[in-house]
Design a protein around this ligand. Structure first.
Ligand code: ADP
Length: 420
């Protein structure tokens, strides 16, 4: 069967999904899997769409020493055992820098451009690019599409895109990029299906997972976000600090003698819910804990979501809807209820019954701000982008034929995705 492979490569794991090639509006996920413990205790696990386990295999560290090797192992299993026929690969790439404001077909020149952005996202970008480079070398004929977490936010106007630092730093790429863009783009599309009038209005989307951020959408277009130059800014997260006075970093380096690497490690891995509670980065564990530090960490998170809602409401000049998504936003009725309380001054009134299910619409009919719980799907967004890019790219005649059937749908899709 002809398929699109979606790859999301992190520091020690490679997540993947396989989609059956179909119309843009009808891409079906067939297989979902990941290799984790790369270079330490590699383990490949995957399941079918109906959650049936397909494989659970361990490797020696030497067999899967790095991300290219993981890509090779996952690819070999998919091709040989699952008889998957790959027609393209879509990759999640955290940073598209100032210039890439849409998904792009990767060639050697694009890859070289994206390598320039490693300094902007040193923890993520090298991992995202390693499988692309490996595949480009091994299968130069196989189209690969890079989809960026930053792209959806590249239409921000200059006021939202700048820090108040000398302009020369802006010119070299020090900007308020914003992240989780693939999630926001998916949610914006889904909201348009669910409630088209609301989607045309002023909407805040809260992507609350182990990484967390919020985005202001005006008519489906991102106009501001809580994240900035890196995915450290804004909300406190599972292990990341969120917004800090930059003086804190100066203090850690100047007074505590910490190196830049040690500060980076602290801010990415030891802060947020984990740092505040001293217990866990996982909201479920904190909710189950009787320790007052756990309660404090949760209240801190909820309070910050409320404060940033105020900021983004100001950016939008008021709000018509607020959407919860990602791990915490999709799964925790309690967290949604506590956050909705913080939005009461904006006119939000939760429907506890709808929130408990949850339904998509979880506010009362008389609520001035509509509240939604909408599951995100970044991988599906990448698969759609991959198909869309390919049907508009000068790939080989044979590859192109495989996408022609979708061209009508793709054109509708392109029309509904005006470029900023
Ligand atoms: P990632 O950023 O890794 O994709 P997710 O969006 O999967 O993260 O979110 C993971 C987080 O969601 C967990 O760390 C946990 O805090 C939270 N979470 C998941 N399910 C629940 C739940 N039922 N109640 C509260 N929190 C939950």
């Amino acid at each position: 069967m002809e398929t699109i492979l979606v790859v999301n490569a992190g520091s020690s794991s490679l997540k993947f999904q396989v989609f059956a090639l179909g119309a843009l509006s009808d891409l079906k996920c067939l297989i979902k899997g990941q290799i984790d413990g790369i270079g330490r205790r590699p383990r490949l696990r995957a399941q079918a769409a109906d959650k049936r386990p397909l494989i659970d295999q361990t490797y020696t560290p030497d067999q899967v020493i790095d991300l290219p090797a993981a890509m090779h192992a996952a690819g070999a299993w998919l091709l040989e055992t699952q008889k998957v026929e790959l027609v393209a690969v879509g990759h999640r790439v955290v940073h598209g820098g100032p210039d890439y404001d849409r998904p792009v077909l990767v060639d050697a020149k694009v890859l070289a451009d994206l390598e320039r952005y490693v300094s902007l996202a040193p923890l993520h970008q090298p991992n995202n690019l390693a499988p692309i480079r490996a595949l480009l070398a091994r299968r130069p004929d196989l189209p690969q599409v890079a989809c960026f977490d930053t792209a959806f936010h590249r239409g921000h106007d200059a006021l939202a895109d700048h820090y108040a630092i000398p302009q020369r730093f802006y010119a070299e790429g020090l900007r308020r990029y914003g992240f989780h863009g693939l999630s926001y783009e998916y949610v914006a599309e889904r909201l348009r299906q669910v409630a088209p009038t609301v989607a045309d209005g002023r909407v805040i989307v809260a992507h609350l997972g182990s990484g967390a951020s919020m985005c202001a959408l005006d008519g489906g277009r991102s106009i501001d976000s809580t994240m900035g130059f890196t995915a450290l800014d804004g909300l406190p997260m599972g292990t990341r600090s969120g917004q800090l006075d930059p003086g804190v970093v100066l203090y850690l380096i100047g007074e505590k003698g910490m190196t830049a690497g040690e500060v980076q490690d602290l801010l990415y891995r030891e802060c947020g819910l984990k740092g505040l509670s001293g217990i866990s980065n996982d909201v479920r564990e904190l909710q189950d804990s009787a320790d007052p530090r756990a309660a404090f960490a949760i209240e801190y998170f909820v309070t910050r979501v409320g404060l940033y809602a105020g900021m983004l409401a100001a950016a939008l000049g008021g709000i018509d809807a607020f959407v919860f998504t990602a791990g915490i936003g999709e799964n925790s009725a309690t967290m949604r209820a506590r956050i909705a309380d913080k939005l009461a001054w904006l006119g939000a009134a939760l429907d506890p019954g709808a929130n408990a299910v949850p339904q998509l619409l979880i506010s009362r009919p008389d609520s001035r701000v509509a509240l939604y719980a909408i599951p995100t799907d970044e991988e599906l967004m990448i698969a759609r982008h991959t198909l869309s890019v390919l049907s508009h790219s000068p790939v080989s005649a044979q590859q192109r034929r495989q996408f022609v059937d979708d061209s009508a749908c793709t054109e509708d899709y392109q029309a509904s995705h005006p470029r900023r």
